[in-house]
Design a protein around this ligand. Structure first.
Ligand code: PLP
Length: 471
C-alpha cells in the first residue's frame, strides 16, 4: 500500500480546520437562543443519527456542517447568557483551544514518565488552587477527576482506607462494626451512588437535620455520632457542602471541622460548585474552614468555566492516597517519591490531559480576570435578588452566592402554578431557570448566575417574562 487512506490529505485537513474555526467562532460569540425543549422529538433525533450507517466513508466537510447545525437545534444552549439554570458553564475561549491541543498530543497521564510536562502542568494548576483554598500540600495530593462525583467517591475511599487500615486488604466484610457517614438532605445525590458503589450500602448514609437556613445542624451532628457509636456503628466520614446544589448554602465548615476533629472522623468538603470562588481573594473567606479539610472536591467545570469534564480532588494526606490506590505493575518503572503517577494514586488508569484547559484559562484571565469572573456573578446574583424583591417575589433561600430560590404570593396562594410560570419562561427561549424543592412540600423557582457572559440585560429579560406570567 502506497497511500494511507486513514490519513487525510494535508489540504483537506486544512480546509476542515478552517471550517471548524468558523464553527467555533460562530458559536462562541453567538450561541443564539436557548431553544425550546418542552417537547423533544426523539424520533426525529434518532432518524437523523441513524442515517449515518458507517458503511461508506462520509464527506467530513458535510458531516461537520450538518452536525454543527443539529447541535444547535438539539442541545440546550447552556453557554448562552440567558441560561440561568444548573451549574453548567459557558466555557472560556482558551479552554476550547486546550481541548484541541490535548487531543493532538494525546499525552498518556497514567504515568509521569510518559507525560512529564503534562503531569507537571496539572500539578502546577492544582497546587495553585490548593494554595487559594489554603490547604497545606507539603504532604498532600491533588488530581483531576472526571467530576465532583468521582472526587467525592475518592474521598470516601480515602476515609475508609484511613479509618479502617485492614479494609484495603480484607475488605468491608472483615470490619466488626458497620461504617456510617454523615451528610444533610441538601447534600448532592452523588453520595447515594457512592454508598451503593463502594459496598457500604444506602443504609450507611446518615442525614443530619439542617437549621432554618438549610445549614448542617452541629448539635444534631454531635448527637447522631454519639447515638451511632452507642448503637455499635463506626462513624468515619462527614461531608459538609460548600454551595449546595439546590440553594447554594454553605454548611458551617469551621464547626463541622471541630466536631470531626473531636470525634476522629474524616472531614470532607464537597465544594464542587462554590469552591471555584477561591480564585478571588475578595470572596474566599466565605469558604473559611475548608483549609482544614481532610479532603475537598471542586469542579473546574462549574465556576471556573472549562468544558466537561474536570473535577479536582485535594487532600493533605498523601500517604492515605498511596494506601488506598497504590498498585505495582510488571511493565512500569519504579516511581521516584517526588513525582505523581496517577495510575497509582487515583481511580482512573489511562487518563487524558484534563488539566490543560484549566491551565490555559488561569493563564488567559490572570488574577484580575479571575477576580472579575467571581465578582461579576456575585454582582448579578445580588441584582437579580433585588429586582425580584422589588417586583413582589419572595426569596426562600439565604446565601451570598448567586443562586436565587424564589416564589410569589400568587403562587403560594394558588392563583398561579410554578409550572405555568416555568412554561412561560421557556416559551420565550431567552431564559432558562428551573424548579427545585428546598423543604418538604415547598417547591420554588431557582435561578443561578453561572455564565460569565451573562449581563444585567439577561437578568432584566428574565424579570420581564416572570412579571408577564403574573398578569
Ligand atoms: C455538581 C455537583 C456534584 C457532582 O459533580 P459532577 O461534576 O457532576 O460529577 C457533587 N456535589 C455538588 C455540591 C455539586 O454541585
Amino acid at each position: 500500500m502506497s497511500e494511507n487512506s486513514l490519513v487525510p490529505e494535508r489540504a483537506n485537513a486544512e480546509a476542515l480546520l478552517a471550517q471548524l474555526q468558523d464553527v467555533i467562532l460562530d458559536y462562541y460569540y453567538n450561541p443564539g437562543r436557548i431553544g425550546d425543549f418542552r417537547n423533544i422529538d426523539t424520533q426525529a433525533i434518532r432518524a437523523y443519527v441513524q442515517q449515518f450507517d458507517f458503511v461508506q466513508p462520509a464527506d467530513m466537510a458535510q458531516l461537520l456542517a450538518s452536525v454543527a447545525e443539529k447541535m444547535k437545534a438539539w442541545t440546550v444552549a447552556t453557554t448562552s447568557p440567558g441560561y440561568m439554570g444548573l451549574f453548567n458553564p459557558a466555557v472560556s475561549f482558551s479552554s476550547i483551544l486546550a481541548e484541541a491541543f490535548a487531543a493532538v498530543y494525546n499525552p498518556q497521564l497514567a504515568a509521569w514518565s510518559h507525560a512529564p510536562l503534562a503531569t507537571e502542568m496539572e500539578q502546577h494548576c492544582l497546587h495553585y488552587f490548593a494554595n487559594a483554598l489554603g490547604m497545606p500540600m507539603q504532604n498532600g495530593y491533588a488530581s483531576f477527576t472526571s467530576g465532583g462525583n468521582e472526587a467525592n467517591h475518592t474521598a470516601v475511599l480515602l476515609a475508609l482506607a484511613h479509618h479502617f487500615p485492614h479494609y484495603v486488604q480484607e475488605g468491608l466484610a472483615a470490619l466488626s462494626m458497620r461504617p456510617v457517614l454523615y451528610i444533610t438532605d441538601q447534600a448532592h445525590n452523588s453520595f447515594d451512588k457512592i454508598a451503593k458503589n463502594v459496598g457500604l450500602g444506602m443504609q450507611a448514609l446518615r442525614y443530619v437535620p439542617t437549621d432554618s437556613d438549610l445549614r448542617m445542624d452541629i448539635g444534631q451532628l454531635r448527637n447522631m455520632i454519639a447515638a451511632d457509636r452507642s448503637a455499635g456503628f463506626s462513624p468515619f466520614f462527614v461531608s459538609a457542602t460548600a454551595g449546595t446544589t439546590a440553594a447554594g448554602i454553605i454548611d458551617p465548615l469551621g464547626l463541622v471541622q471541630q466536631v470531626c476533629a473531636a470525634e476522629g472522623v474524616w472531614f470532607h468538603v464537597d465544594a464542587a460548585w462554590a469552591g471555584g470562588i477561591a480564585v478571588s481573594a475578595a470572596h474566599r473567606q466565605l469558604l473559611s474552614g475548608i483549609e482544614k479539610a481532610d479532603s475537598v472536591t471542586v469542579d473546574a467545570h462549574k465556576w471556573l468555566s472549562v468544558p466537561y469534564t474536570a473535577g479536582m480532588l485535594f487532600t493533605p494526606h498523601r500517604l492515605v492516597v498511596d494506601a488506598a490506590f497504590g498498585v505495582q505493575t510488571k511493565y512500569m518503572p519504579p516511581t521516584p517519591p517526588e513525582i505523581v503517577n496517577y495510575y497509582q494514586t487515583s481511580l482512573q488508569w489511562s487518563r487524558r490531559f484534563t488539566g490543560l484547559k484549566l491551565f490555559f484559562t488561569l493563564a488567559e484571565w490572570g488574577q484580575a480576570g479571575l477576580a472579575e469572573l467571581v465578582a461579576r456573578k456575585f454582582h448579578l446574583g445580588d441584582y437579580l435578588r433585588s429586582r425580584l424583591q422589588a417586583a413582589g417575589w419572595q426569596l426562600v433561600n439565604s446565601t451570598p452566592l448567586p443562586v436565587i430560590c424564589f416564589t410569589h404570593p400568587k403562587i403560594t396562594s394558588g392563583q398561579r402554578t410554578l409550572d405555568d410560570v416555568l412554561e412561560a419562561v421557556y416559551a420565550t427561549q431567552e431564559s432558562w431557570i428551573s424548579i427545585t424543592q428546598l423543604r418538604p412540600g415547598e417547591r420554588c423557582l431557582r435561578a443561578c448566575i453561572t455564565n460569565y457572559k451573562t449581563t444585567a440585560a439577561e437578568v432584566d429579560q428574565l424579570l420581564k417574562s416572570l412579571v408577564a406570567t403574573l398578569k
